[in-house]
Design a binder for this molecule. Structure first.
Ligand SMILES: [Zn+2]
Length: 244
């Protein structure tokens, strides 16, 4: 993915510096949270990644699937002189396909309750989305990343990792504040943790951006109902007072 190593004129270097936005440290941290080293080997042409132990592109034994990654690798090696900036939508469409397909693989694993494998696919899909060249529409990156991370949040939730579910939901909110999904997923995880006041805050915050969202209004009502029933119960302090 590195830029071609050609000596750049100072003017060119300066231009590139201006055009390349710095990576967002929050997004980078989200992607790298699930980082793990893998045992892989390359084919003789140095294009195709294969699992180390069996030299397979897709290996159930190693739980590795490099099919989409290799597709991307082939796209890039087939276009070594990608002009800068390239004509619109050259890599774009294929990358969208790869992100989408990897996400769909995650969704299929999600539907069959294979949470950890689903999380792995969503992480891959997020990684592919992050490969988007800086000159491509940032809006597209936001769309792709928010959907993938919202699904990963749901998978973490189902997997019982509520903190990761909240972390991903927070990223979704950062990427796409008006989208109810992020707020909804965060509130659900907070409720599961028994943090009702925080859950209420999360839903109220989400409703600011989407005031007529029926799903969120329902959750808010439920939370308020439970909080009210708590308020009506005698607290331990009250009991002590009654006893004396
Ligand atoms: Zn293998």
């Amino acid at each position: 993915m590195a830029a071609p190593l050609q000596p750049m004129q100072p003017m060119q270097a300066q231009m590139q510096e201006q055009l390349l936005p710095r990576p967002d440290p929050v997004m980078q941290a989200v992607i790298e949270a699930d980082f793990r080293t893998v045992d892989l080997t390359m084919d003789p042409n140095n294009v195709t990644a294969l699992c180390g132990p069996h030299s397979r592109e897709k290996c159930d034994e190693c739980d590795m699937d490099y099919v989409q990654l290799n597709r991307l690798s082939k796209v890039l090696t087939a276009n070594p002189k990608l002009p800068f900036p390239p004509p619109p939508n050259v890599v774009n469409q294929k990358l969208s396909q790869i992100v989408n397909q990897t996400k769909e693989e995650g969704n299929a694993l999600f539907r069959t309750h294979q949470w950890e494998k689903a999380i792995g696919r969503y992480t891959q899909a997020a990684g592919f989305a992050m490969q988007r060249a800086p000159w491509e529409a940032q809006q597209l990156l936001r769309e792709e990343l928010s959907t993938v991370l919202s699904n990963r949040s749901a998978a973490h939730f189902e997997n019982g990792d509520l903190v990761s579910a909240i972390t991903d939901a927070d990223s979704v909110i950062q990427l796409k504040k008006p989208w109810s999904k992020g707020h909804f997923r965060k509130a659900k995880a907070l409720i599961a943790l028994g943090l009702l006041p925080q859950a209420k805050e999360a839903v109220q915050y989400g409703l600011q951006f989407d005031p007529t969202n029926v799903e969120m209004m329902g959750v808010l009502q439920d939370i308020e109902l439970v909080l009210r029933s708590y308020a009506n119960q005698p607290r331990p302090g009250d009991l002590e007072e009654n006893a004396t």
